[in-house]
Design a binder for this molecule. Structure first.
Ligand code: ATP
Ligand code: MG
Length: 332
């Protein structure tokens, strides 16, 4: 079976709707057709300032949310990045193959340092895409289900794989980004031209899956739209309405044209009410499952331990091969 790998950062207590529709929903769907490896990327989460106790909590929260979303530890490998040391080890090696100029062109770094400036950023945030490449390449990954914001990092990953293969011999599979066009970018409800983000969205712009559903419904009702009246998908003229249509279409699996027809003659208020209902219907059981999973810490720890063992078995073999290709003398 082909391989799928993807990761998510424990940089907030809750995942948001963009994480779910842009990535996690695809992770769940791909479990059966792929040999699936999914990872809570805690090493990535320390590239920005963090609190250790919170990181611990958020890592478990992330694992519980992934299971609540439908990942099944019998059908996929779910693990925590720092449990598999090979990720850091391969990252160093790939860093030595990455051009400084090449890394400097990564737009996520530019976006994430816009507010505070490059001087205040860590080198870890700068080399984040190299660690991400290591995550993916360790597992001979074919497909990487991610949101649109990760496309450029996937390109870098492919370039690094090909570069290594050319210089040192065929070693890495060259992966592909698996991006579902319709839901690749869910926007901030208050700034509908900016992506919804765990670490950058304003509280009213984000739908957090673990929030009280009443709060989420309220945020949807106060989402920014436009001064028109027509419910129509038009990202240029109507980014707010288009974002709401995208969300409703994804959650109800009704097409956008079908929804446009259904809202002919109706107003933004009707649309918002229906989006709010669809979100509440989704998050209510999701939250319950997440909180139940967190109650049973032993089971959760067990799932993550087994996942790490399975991941390590694959990653250590790949790293051994890499060391050999590079000319590192094996430890006897
Ligand atoms: P941060 O702001 O800390 O970077 P994030 O919200 O971007 O957090 P990540 O953990 O970086 O979340 O990303 C997890 C996955 O969710 C990635 O595949 C990413 O592409 C996807 N994703 C993130 N935000 C969105 C969004 N607004 N729409 C669609 N997909 C998204
Ligand atoms: Mg991100």
């Amino acid at each position: 079976r082909p391989r799928v790998f993807s990761g998510i950062q424990p940089t907030a207590d809750s995942f948001h709707l963009g994480n779910y529709l842009g990535a996690i929903r695809q992770w769940v769907e791909m479990q059966d057709t792929y040999d699936a490896f999914y990872c809570v990327v805690d090493l990535h989460a320390i590239t920005v300032g963090h609190d250790p106790n919170r990181l611990r909590e958020r890592t478990l929260l992330a694992a519980a949310q992934l299971l609540a979303a439908g990942l099944d530890p019998e059908r996929c490998t779910l693990f925590v990045q720092s449990h598999v040391a090979e990720h850091s080890q391969l990252s160093w090696i790939l860093g030595c193959l990455t051009g400084f100029g090449e890394a400097s062109r990564m737009t996520q770094f530019k976006d994430k340092t816009q507010r505070q400036g490059v001087e205040a950023a860590t080198v870890g945030l700068f080399t984040y895409p190299v660690l991400m490449a290591a995550d993916i390449l360790l597992y001979d990954t074919d497909q990487v289900p991610v949101g649109e914001d990760q496309r450029q990092h996937l390109e870098l990953t492919r370039d690094l794989a090909q570069r290594f293969n050319n210089r040192f011999g065929e070693t890495f599979r060259v992966p592909e980004a698996y991006i579902i066009k319709e839901t690749a970018k869910i926007y901030d409800l208050q700034e509908p031209r900016v992506k919804m983000s765990k670490s950058a969205s304003s509280p009213n712009g984000i739908i957090e899956l673990l929030d009280d559903p009443k709060v989420s419904a309220k945020r949807i009702r106060s989402a920014v739209t436009d001064s028109g009246r027509e419910v129509r998908f038009d990202e240029e003229e109507k980014p707010g309405v288009s974002n709401l249509l995208t969300i409703l279409s994804a959650l109800t699996r009704r097409s956008i044209p079908e929804l446009e027809d259904a809202y002919a003659g109706k107003g933004y208020g009707d649309l918002k009410r229906d989006v709010a209902d669809a979100v509440v219907e989704f998050v209510t059981p999701f939250r319950e499952r997440t909180f139940a999973l967190l109650e049973d810490r032993e089971t959760l720890d067990g799932i993550l331990a087994r996942g790490a063992d399975r991941a390590r078995a694959v990653a250590s073999e790949k790293l051994r091969q890499v060391h050999d290709r590079l000319g590192f003398v094996p430890a006897k």
